[in-house]
Write a protein that binds this ligand. Structure first.
Ligand SMILES: *[C@@H]1O[C@H](CO)[C@@H](O)[C@H](O)[C@H]1NC(C)=O
Ligand SMILES: *[C@@H]1O[C@H](CO)[C@@H](O)[C@H](O)[C@H]1NC(C)=O
Length: 349
């Protein structure tokens, strides 16, 4: 009996991907599963959007790494997608890629505005998406579609702006079972929503789900209209809420200009990223710092706070911090998660 259960444990570990020898592991990751593109989302940006998807490399050339508003010494120059992770030993999570130009100038620096998708939906000349595939080796594959914007415009409450920041990473995730899409996660601010793939509207009645990116904040929704949300930690008076707005403004096909990578967890919790070819940059995915400026001090022009919620907040961490090893769940750990079998329409404006 004891011997039998020992064997059983070994078999389960192999099936979970912990014991897969390097050679077969490499084979498994050699090509992008075709279903990752077949079922990739089509994103609708809002008709009044001004901060479009942006080039990952341009974020590095327009910023410099800082800690507590001081430039990090000894950082590679130039910073590139191939050496960005060398910042980890120079300050890790305390590092902020900080705009060289003043982001509160009027007009703002053009690079913060990103690239309007062309008539095919491509952000021409800007690689604005990172598609990361986690293959558990047991038929379950999670595909993360990570959307990058150079700037987040947080929206207005009672005439005041909140939560503007440089750098914005948002994502949806689709979970596949034997190549068939099952469920989807939509990131929205600090949380999000999960749906059955079958419940999410499809582009042109086909296979690709439609994702609506909210004006300015780029939170992801499965329907158009107005979506109320509260800012975590901000207790607004008089029942006033911050709203996200989505509609079929600009069509963006993120697959047309994306970097693809696989992720695996051979040692448990540390992600190991690999490109599918020798030319796609992949080291940047290991970077654990922030992709935008640190929250400006109150002395900064235009900075203010109401109940501790700042007009200019800090930039976000990157894809490696989005819980890429979700195991049984569709939602990131720490988020209460119900996979809904239906999508509610947004409210009318
Ligand atoms: C969308 O965001 C822009 C700023 O980027 C703002 O001027 C515009 O009013 C917003 N649209 C809506 C519907 O809130
Ligand atoms: C596949 O492996 C993952 C990671 O170990 C596990 O969480 C999941 O339950 C497995 N799925 C199936 C269908 O066995």
């Amino acid at each position: 009996m004891a011997r039998l259960s020992t064997c059983f444990v070994v078999v389960i570990l192999a099936a979970q991907g912990y014991c897969i020898p390097a050679s077969s592991h490499e084979r498994r990751q050699a090509t992008i599963p075709s279903f990752v593109n077949t079922y990739a989302p089509i994103v609708y940006l809002h008709s009044t959007e001004t901060y479009f998807p942006s080039d990952l490399g341009a974020q590095l050339s327009n910023t410099r790494p800082e800690i507590n508003y001081e430039v990090v010494s000894g950082a590679p120059n130039p910073l590139t997608l191939n050496n960005l992770d060398s910042l980890n030993v120079l300050g890790g999570n305390s590092i902020y890629l900080t705009s060289i130009e003043d982001t509160s100038s009027n007009p703002q620096p053009q690079w913060l505005k990103g690239v309007v998708p062309d008539s095919t939906g491509k952000t021409d000349g800007a690689v604005s998406c990172s598609i990361i595939v986690c293959d558990y080796g047991n038929g379950t594959v999670d595909a993360y579609y990570m959307y990058f914007y150079a700037y987040n415009w947080g929206g207005k409450v009672l005439g005041l702006n909140f939560d503007d920041h440089v750098g914005d990473w948002e994502h949806t995730m689709t979970r596949f079972s034997d190549g068939v899409p099952q469920t989807m996660w939509f990131s929205q601010h600090a949380a999000g929503e999960a749906f059955d793939y079958s419940a999410v509207p499809k582009y042109n009645g086909g296979l690709r789900p439609v994702v609506y990116s909210a004006n300015g904040s780029h939170a992801n929704y499965a329907s158009s209209g107005t979506h109320d949300h509260t800012i975590p930690g901000l207790d607004l008076p008089l029942g006033v809420f911050l709203a996200d707005y989505t509609d079929k403004g600009y069509l963006w096909d993120p697959t047309l200009s994306a970097y693809y990578a696989s992720v695996s967890f051979p040692s448990g919790s540390t992600p190991v990223f690999a490109a599918y070819d020798k030319t796609t940059p992949v080291n940047w995915l290991n970077y654990v710092g922030q992709w935008g400026d640190q929250q400006y001090p109150t002395s900064y022009p235009g900075q203010y706070d109401v109940f501790g919620q700042y007009r200019y907040s800090s930039g976000p961490t990157g894809p490696e911090d989005k819980d890429l090893n979700r195991g049984d769940g569709t939602c990131p750990s720490g988020v209460s998660c119900t996979v809904l079998p239906f999508v509610l329409p947004g409210e009318k404006l």
